[in-house]
Design a protein around this ligand. Structure first.
Ligand SMILES: *Cc1c(COP(=O)(O)O)cnc(C)c1O
Length: 420
């Protein structure tokens, strides 16, 4: 199920990565189906140990990796979906995920997106502002529907994660200030198209300690009790994203301890629990397979130039994120490289001063832990085609997205007559 060396050759499950490169070319994303299932089931088992399986729904956060095959794989495991756009709604439904298991999050849903979501009868829409609440009610009334909503509250806790992925502090754009929640639930009660059935929170991603979750969940539990005293029938709590993962030396929280915390803080409320893990389901199940294009000697440095770049995997340049690069043929590490992509940006750097085996043009490397927020963030910068994606299961592997061609990219461009 894991990715590792067998006889010095890097394998994902039972497939040598060089076989995938030979079949489909590089750069190419590879995902282990077994690992994705294992990660999902770890959540299910941890929560099942502390509550009945009817009392929680795991809504996989599609934005981490929304490939249809990945969504279908998770749907078959019983996952619902957390979506943040009309595009993700389309994907989730196409993958066969029931609307009754879909939660719609996001800070700026358009009228068209909300209309589609309301028509489909999603499980819940998470509301980010009073104007959005009013908009949802108006659309629902027009469509003769009643929509279950939860306000996403901002509990003003520090998630102690990267500044660009922290979302639960008062200066972040997300959620409504938890102090305004009573007024907003009172407002919701006056509106004919909505039923405020839940409270939602999501304080950020890649959390490697339980403390921030605990602080946020306690505030949410206090809010639920307050709202109930004010006469609101709160039946659901949405606890947001999952735990962090190991990219380098991070030690993620234990899922069983996480579940015990949920039991202690949330279960006494007698609500249905929703969690929306993304990164921890797919992150360590994926890698970006790439070939060395060139080894270039600078004045003081050796650059390992790959055929993968920041347009394929943005996290290093966007967040300064660490992704280990490992050779597909095992050898002792002895050379210090900067590992870079071919894009015309100094920020197109995967690693600085990293000790690796001596590598040469044509050698294969894997950029590890790239299953989450990898392919989904890719762009066509430098007119580089989006990489293909491959799903591995045991000895089987299949392309689950074809690589783009340059013609695909350019086909949407048009030259107006007055220029031609
Ligand atoms: C991004 C996001 C998630 C997923 O977070 P992970 O850290 O990937 O588990 C869940 N819920 C919401 C609202 C999000 O924006």
């Amino acid at each position: 199920m894991t990715t590792g060396y067998r006889k010095n050759t890097l394998h994902m499950e039972d497939v040598a990565l060089e076989e995938i490169a030979a079949s489909f070319g590089t750069p190419v994303y590879c995902y282990s189906a077994g690992k994705i299932e294992q990660n999902f089931n770890a959540y299910r088992q941890a929560l099942s140990a502390v509550m009945s399986s009817d009392d929680f729904t795991i809504c996989y956060a599609c934005k981490a990796n929304s490939n249809l095959a990945v969504l279908r794989l998770l749907q078959k495991q019983g996952a619902g979906a957390d979506i943040v756009s009309g595009g993700e709604l389309y994907r989730a439904l196409k993958a066969g995920i029931s609307p009754k298991k879909i939660v719609y999050s996001g800070v700026g849903k358009s009228t068209a997106e909300l209309e589609e979501a309301i028509k489909r009868g999603l499980f819940q829409i998470n509301v980010e502002s009073e104007p959005e609440l009013e908009m949802i009610s108006r659309i629902a009334v027009r469509l003769r529907k009643k929509v279950a909503v939860a306000f996403r509250v901002n509990p003003n806790v520090d998630a102690r994660t990267h500044a660009k992925i922290t979302t639960g502090k008062k200066e972040n754009k997300f959620g409504v200030d938890i102090r305004y929640a009573p007024a907003l639930y009172a407002r919701a009660k006056q509106l004919p198209g909505v039923v405020a059935a839940g409270v939602a929170v999501h304080i950020g991603s890649q959390l490697t300690a339980l403390g921030p979750f605990r602080n946020a969940y306690k505030r949410v539990a206090d809010l639920v009790r307050l709202l109930r005293r004010q006469g609101h029938d709160i039946t659901r709590v949405d606890l947001g994203g999952g735990i962090g993962i190991t990219y380098k030396d991070e030690i993620p929280p234990d899922l069983h301890l996480y579940a015990l915390m949920v039991r202690d803080i949330i279960s006494p409320l007698g609500v249905h629990v929703i969690i929306e893990p993304g990164r921890s389901i797919v992150g360590n199940a994926g890698l970006l397979l790439s070939r060395v294009v060139q080894v270039k000697k600078g004045r003081d440095k050796k650059f390992l130039i790959l055929d993968a770049a920041m347009n394929d995997l943005l996290r290093p340049s966007l967040y300064g994120a660490y992704h280990a690069v490992v050779p597909c043929e095992k050898a002792p590490a002895k050379t210090i490289y900067d590992v870079v992509g071919p894009v015309c940006e100094t920020g197109d750097t995967f690693l600085v001063n990293e000790k690796l085996p001596e590598l040469k043009a044509g050698d294969l490397v894997a950029i590890m832990t790239s299953g989450a927020y990898g392919a989904v963030m890719a762009s066509n910068y430098n007119t580089r085609p989006l990489a293909g994606e491959v799903l591995v299961k045991g000895r089987k592997f299949a392309r689950v997205r074809d690589a783009q061609t340059v013609a695909d990219i350019v086909s949407k461009d048009k030259i107006p007559g007055w220029v031609a």
